[in-house]
Design a protein around this ligand. Structure first.
Ligand SMILES: Nc1ccc(Br)nc1
Length: 446
């Protein structure tokens, strides 16, 4: 018998010359470290989440875009000491090009906006849901990929842009059952830091670095924060003043410190006033300690947080009016946010708000006679032609097996193709929830 012998536990086997097969060792069937598979149940939850991202984005009039997961490394090389840079998933390709798996979507958006130039009218309102990567030592056991929902507005200099973006996130939270009792937004502005540092002779190049250091507040000891701020040329006096301002939780207090004439206070006041008009005031609070960990923010910054304080930031964003010029383009006012697919699922689990998303197939069709497989295929095609979802039993299976599968796929109806009925052009329809059964012409099964 010319049957290919099956390999033993290891190594290759002798096989007929025309079947020179190399039986490799059993591969690791798990996905690469830090990455996830999405089997059907997880994929239904992911699709549900992304569908909500997309529906909210479209509700706000945004257009969907996407970019390559692989970008030139140059897009992400910033020298402000960001974690996102330290964990860049970068390599040299076979053409000796330095490339990277995108760690975020905003630089790609900036690249496309520059590429499109004046061919795209302003304001640009784009959204994307894309996989982003980081290469982190697995000792911390954290994931190396996640999907991020981004919404960005290009060409609007006023804080109405930020107010609109926060409104879209609040709309998303409400759609999935999250309330302002579960989640809030901490809001501040990088201009707060700028106006404090402007009281001291701090080099312009220190600003972004100082923001990245301050973003580590609460994650590393304050003495370490002070040491790192000194390393970017902040005086002890500037540092003490800065830390005192960063502890502020009221705009009134901030105004007493900075005066009411600066942009930081006036923009924040405008944003809180707009929030009142949008109807989401109870979702937001001023918190001067929010700076976010991306170097390119220049104004308002915000982050969504879980009020129980158990989870990491749910989302974050802000204004980045100077990003395009870092890529050689003409600057345009811009604001946007990123919303990851992991923390939100943890929050929904915490709040028992995960949706029930069972597999649901309307019909299961099976032939009672091996000679009627063709007839069963025809019945399936007729139903599918009417937009009916059909699971067609493709092999000769006992009815017990068919009923078991029907239960597993939550089929509402079992369509049986039997010879006696088929001779009359009929099929048997069984409503599985009630057991009710009737004959019907296949063209009349609705
Ligand atoms: N930037 C970034 C990428 C991937 C993951 Br997981 N977290 C953050």
């Amino acid at each position: 018998v010319n049957e290919t012998p099956r390999a033993g536990r290891s190594g290759s086997v002798s096989s007929p010359p025309h079947q020179a097969v190399d039986y490799a060792q059993k591969i690791d069937v798990n996905p690469p470290k830090g990455t996830r598979d999405f089997p059907p149940e997880e994929m239904r939850l992911r699709n549900w989440l992304f569908q909500n991202f997309r529906e909210v984005s479209q509700l706000f009039g945004f257009e969907e875009v996407d970019y390559p997961v692989l970008e030139s490394e140059a897009l992400f090389i910033r020298k402000a000491g960001e974690e996102i840079r330290d964990q860049l998933y970068c390599f040299e390709d076979r053409g000796n090009r330095r490339v990277a798996l995108r760690p975020e979507l905003t630089p790609s958006l900036a690249r496309l906006v520059i590429q499109k130039g004046k061919s795209v009218p302003l304001p640009i309102k784009w959204f994307a849901v894309g996989q982003c990567w980081r290469y982190e030592r697995m000792t911390r056991g954290r994931r190396r990929e996640h999907y991020q929902w981004n919404m960005d507005i290009i060409g609007v200099p006023d804080v109405t842009g930020e107010a609109e973006l926060i409104s879209s996130i609040v709309t998303f939270f409400k759609r999935i059952g999250i309330t302002s009792k579960d989640v809030g937004f901490k809001i501040s502005s990088r201009k707060v830091l700028q106006e404090v540092l402007s009281l001291y002779s701090v080099p312009e190049t220190s600003f972004a670095k100082a923001c990245i250091i301050i973003d580590k507040m609460g994650k590393i000891p304050v003495e370490e924060i002070k040491k790192e701020l000194k390393s970017v040329e902040l005086s002890n006096e500037a540092i003490e003043d800065l830390l005192q301002v960063l502890s502020m939780k009221s705009l009134t207090e901030l105004e007493e410190k900075l005066g009411g004439g600066g942009e930081a206070v006036s923009e924040l006041k405008q944003l809180f006033s707009l929030a009142e008009k949008f109807g989401y005031s109870e979702w937001i609070q001023f918190d001067a300690s929010v700076v976010r960990g991306l170097a390119y923010y220049t104004g308002i910054v915000f982050e969504g947080f879980d009020r129980e304080g158990k989870l990491r930031a749910i989302c974050g964003g802000g204004r980045y009016d100077r990003l395009l010029s870092t890529f050689g383009g003409d600057d345009l006012p811009a604001c946007g946010f990123g919303f990851g697919d992991a923390v939100i699922i943890e929050l929904l689990k915490e709040r028992q708000l995960l949706p029930e998303l069972p597999l649901e197939v309307e019909n299961i069709v099976c032939s009672l006679d091996p000679d009627l497989k063709g007839a069963a295929a025809r019945v399936a095609s007729v139903l599918r032609g009417k937009g009916q979802c059909v699971d067609l039993v493709l092999e000769n299976k006992p009815l017990k097996w068919v009923f078991k599968r029907a239960a597993r796929i939550n089929a509402r109806r079992l369509i049986l193709v039997g010879s006696a009925e088929w001779e009359k052009g009929m099929v048997v329809v069984k409503i599985l929830s009630t057991g009710e059964q009737y004959e019907a012409n296949v063209d009349e099964v609705e």
